[in-house]
Design a protein around this ligand. Sequence first.
Ligand SMILES: C[S@@+](CC[C@H](N)C(=O)[O-])C[C@H]1O[C@@H](n2cnc3c(N)ncnc32)[C@H](O)[C@@H]1O
Length: 226
Amino acid sequence: MTQDHDHISFDGNDLPFSHRFEDHYYSRNDGRAECDHVFIQGNGIPERWVKAEHFVVGELGFGTGLNFLETWNQWCVHRDEDEHLTFVSVEGFPMGKEAAAKALARWTGLSKFSEPLLSHWNNLSRAMEIDAQTTLHVHHGEASEMLPNFPQVDAWYLDGFAPAKNPDMWSPELMKLVGEKTKPKGTFASYTAAGWVRRNLQEAGFEVEKRAGFGSKRDMIAGQKL
Ligand SMILES: C[S@@+](CC[C@H](N)C(=O)[O-])C[C@H]1O[C@@H](n2cnc3c(N)ncnc32)[C@H](O)[C@@H]1O
């Protein structure tokens, strides 16, 4: 394992691991397929993009940007000319550009997207049109302090490391903010099915259902704002 100043190390397969949170950034099995299963399909995307004039994805935990890249990739395939996607995320411990480049190099099928992302890496905290139909804005700071600045969201990717390792990213207070920043009938998806996270989301106004998890995980959760 090699470790850099970001408290991140990479295993032999170039998978990033956070020593601050003692957790991997995404599935060791296939992070890109996990993103598709859990976050994209879990939120009923891309079907919900049909006739969506302006769709807003909100994310907790930007990390390497893999979820953004896979979403942007699928958006480019499914969007109509007059539609716009805003992807808004929060990151409290931004990864250095070198570490992000190392992590993203693995996803060769996404290289035409990772190149522009990396070229803007040090300016992601300013909202930018990364292409004519896609806005990216990564708020740098503590999630609970940054969420009040978010727009109303159609679909949430709750991706803040395992709840047992990082309870702050799943707290009742933060889930309440997520609920308040969700459009009517908006949705969320997450790889965790922990009972206390489900309850926090229910208390925040979501109907929560268990679904089949990705890879070796039996369950995940997804839901809609009532
Ligand atoms: C599982 S990783 C996200 C992976 C990411 N979505 C990707 O595509 O690579 C969780 C992220 O949440 C960030 N994070 C953890 N606690 C946080 C907090 N309280 N506020 C803001 N960000 C936080 C971590 O630094 C980490 O980048």
